[in-house]
Design a protein around this ligand. Structure first.
Ligand SMILES: Cc1cc2nc3c(=O)[nH]c(=O)nc-3n(C[C@H](O)[C@H](O)[C@H](O)COP(=O)(O)OP(=O)(O)OC[C@H]3O[C@@H](n4cnc5c(N)ncnc54)[C@H](O)[C@@H]3O)c2cc1C
Length: 375
């Protein structure tokens, strides 16, 4: 059997790993438009901080692909698929497949004010983008990070660690609006402020312009700030352009079922490019889980994906933060809060059932709570 996997991230590598555990015979080819071996994408911020060499965040080296008899085609891009004849086209020419996994991930999405010709304005998703950020940071003193989400905070702290004066600009009134409620976010903001991070809340960026003395970021309320460089961290969009003209069903991502199958025979999808029951997880753990399920399904194993528990665990400025499950308030939701010094824990229950939790300062219970919420 000839298996092709588009991608070389966590979803792709999890799939390849489980396939090889059960099947030594099939040909596996992985294709990536990045020029790297598999690395820990979330750790790109450590690389930017200057504290960790890129080699330290590599997960699979060349020997891994060799040992597992997997052909990795790096720096090559898929541009279209003929789903009827089961052929991929791209900068490599053409490749035919028996089973195809699309694990093409996502790319930064840019707000309407962004113009590609802007200088010293970046987004972070790949090693190549990290290299550009580092090159500019070496000659800069201040930075503005547009977006106070998971990635924005992490990137901002990496620049603070480089000694830069860094301000996070957030549209909402609090940090991590997807992961934290306002009370928890206020605790985190205070802890991060002690670590030299600065914030501007409730600001909608209207424009960025290159001026003689740096960048000017103008906001919808008429105010503005100056910075030497800016990083846009305003969400992602799935990499699915190469599916244009095919019958593969997509919404915001590729629509998948409980076996990670798309609606087109022999094509599966997993990770940040996929959408399961309307959900786009956009996190490492879900991409890993989906990759594993996809790999098993592709070799005919009986699997049944029921969705991943929505959760995120980050370390920002040395502060552990995790949010798991659902923390929406209904009339019957009960909340329990524990707060002592730098440790904050908030649990959300519906009856006796734990449905969500927010942890700041100590996330050691993350996996235990994740299981309890899922169970
Ligand atoms: C800086 C940073 C920090 C993060 N921090 C966290 C965190 O703390 N916690 C967390 O849970 N998540 C975090 N994330 C998100 C997490 O990294 C992603 O959810 C995860 O990497 C998704 O994996 P994936 O395999 O689906 O896609 P990706 O890792 O995006 O991999 C996609 C692959 O597809 C390839 N590809 C795409 N299009 C094509 C094409 N046309 N042709 C050929 N190849 C193609 C790419 O080269 C790449 O190899 C972070 C992300 C970033 C960028």
């Amino acid at each position: 059997m000839k298996i092709i996997i588009i991608g070389n991230g966590i979803a792709a590598n999890s799939a390849a790993t489980v396939i090889r555990e059960h099947d030594r015979e099939s040909n596996i080819t992985m294709l990536s438009d990045e020029n790297q071996f598999f690395y820990a994408r979330p750790r790109l911020t450590e690389f930017i901080s200057g504290k960790t060499a890129f080699e330290k965040i590599l997960i699979h080296d060349e020997a891994w692909y060799k040992k597992n008899n997997i052909e990795l085609l790096k720096g090559l891009s898929v541009s279209s698929i003929d789903t009827e004849h089961q052929v991929l086209y791209g900068s490599f020419g053409s490749l035919s497949y028996d089973e195809l996994l699309i694990a093409s991930g996502a790319s930064p999405s840019f707000p309407p004010f962004y113009r590609p010709q802007l200088e010293k304005v970046y987004a972070l998703r790949t090693k190549e983008q990290a290299d550009h950020i580092i090159a500019t940071a070496q000659h800069s003193e201040s930075a503005a990070i547009i977006g106070g989400g998971l990635l924005g905070i992490d990137t901002a702290f990496a620049l603070v660690e480089r000694g830069m004066d860094t301000t996070i600009i957030e549209f909402y009134g609090w940090l991590l609006p997807k992961q934290l409620d306002q009370d928890s976010a206020a605790i985190l903001r205070d802890l991060l402020s002690q670590k030299r991070l600065k914030f501007l809340f409730g600001k909608q960026t209207a424009s960025i312009s290159n001026e003689k003395n740096g960048l000017t970021l103008a906001f919808a309320d008429g105010t503005s700030i100056l910075a030497d460089m800016a990083i846009i961290s305003a969400g992602v969009r799935s990499n699915i352009a190469f599916l244009k003209g095919t019958k593969v069903a997509t919404g915001r991502g590729i629509t998948i079922d409980h076996q990670m199958r798309t609606n087109v025979p022999h094509i599966y999808a997993a990770g940040d490019c996929s959408e399961f029951e309307g959900k786009m997880y956009g996190v490492w753990s879900a991409a890993k889980e989906q990759g594993e399920i996809a790999g098993l399904a592709m070799i005919g194993q009986d699997v049944d994906y029921q969705g991943s528990v929505i959760g995120a665990r980050i370390k920002a400025a040395g502060i552990d933060v995790a949010s798991i499950g659902d923390f929406s308030m209904t009339p019957s939701t009960t909340v329990e809060v524990f707060h002592e010094k730098d440790i904050f824990k908030k649990y959300f229950r519906e009856g006796n059932k734990l449905k969500g939790a927010i942890l700041i300062g100590d996330t050691s219970d993350y996996f235990k709570l994740q299981k309890e919420i899922a169970g």
